[in-house]
Design a protein around this ligand. Sequence first.
Ligand code: HEM
Length: 326
Amino acid sequence: MCAGAIPPDGTVPAQSLTQYRQGVVMLSTTAQQCPFVPGGEAGGAEAGRARRAESNEGQPTLSFEKNTPYVDYAGIDTLLGLQRPRTAEPAESAFIIATQVMELLFSLVRERWEAARDALEADDVPGALAWLRRACNAQDVLNDSWGLLADMTPTEFNRFRDSFGEASGFQSYGYRKLEFLLGNKSAAMIRPHKAMAGVANELADVLERPGLYDAALRLLHRRGLPVPADRVERDWTQDYEPSAGVEAAWTAVYADDKPGNDLFLLAEALLDVAERVTRWRHRHLVAVKRTMGAKPGSGGSNGLTWLSRNAEQDVFPELWSLRSSV
Ligand code: HEM
């Protein structure tokens, strides 16, 4: 098994990734096929590494003909060339790095939510639970990355704020995909990206498909729970509206709260995801309040008031509302 059975250009055909997640294919290769075993060393990658450690007398390799393989593999030169502060204010670097770190994590969280959604659509509850747990781990790191901005003062922020003009996290298409996957759908939110056809198409694709929660409700329905028909098939481009019928279906699930009830575990795993989303929104809100108070945002909104409305919205609403009645 070669963990790195990914072409040197870093691309993996989407099909293989999905099949890999679903356990349809193991990315199993021989040493000869593995692009990370130089020349396909005899005995496989493991044996090659053992021979190298032996000839190095246990020390790391110190000499390479070209770039270090590490720089090539992880694109380090490109990555470190992407922080381009526009002012001399030191806090601007932290702001740019925090933004970039979060964008990368948005992307990882999206992959994991999509994998969970696909597992649910395939009636694979254990698979979905595993992906939701991994998503939560990534969400925890995402939320912790607010620490990078925890010490930024309003005066520091003011010294570089003008340099980014109308740029705003509101224009993050990575974040918008996450909101769409959660069921917060709005075709209008694709408009800012219309000049970037590829991005707009990707967003439209997520808009038009069932989200993570939709997939869970469809699975509940297939498992015989009384999910209303208009939640099993609907116009997926529309925002998710709370439903008393859905709350009743989840309440029935909670009637058996033993660990053997996979649907109960699923509900709690979805709530773990939802709670982490809310925590991200709240930490964002606090960071905004701390650095710019109630001033208007760079993206054209009135700032705190607009953001707090979104932050107050429950993710997967019936999983919260049922708690008032069970
Ligand atoms: C202290 C630093 C930050 C401030 C003062 C700030 C401020 C704001 C404001 C005022 C908005 C509302 C839209 C607007 O008018 O601009 C907004 C939205 C947003 N920001 Fe930030 N932001 C900060 C850091 C970040 C970081 C590091 C990220 C990570 C990528 C981020 C992501 C977002 C997203 C995704 C939205 C849209 C939220 C939604 O649609 O509900 N922000 N931000």
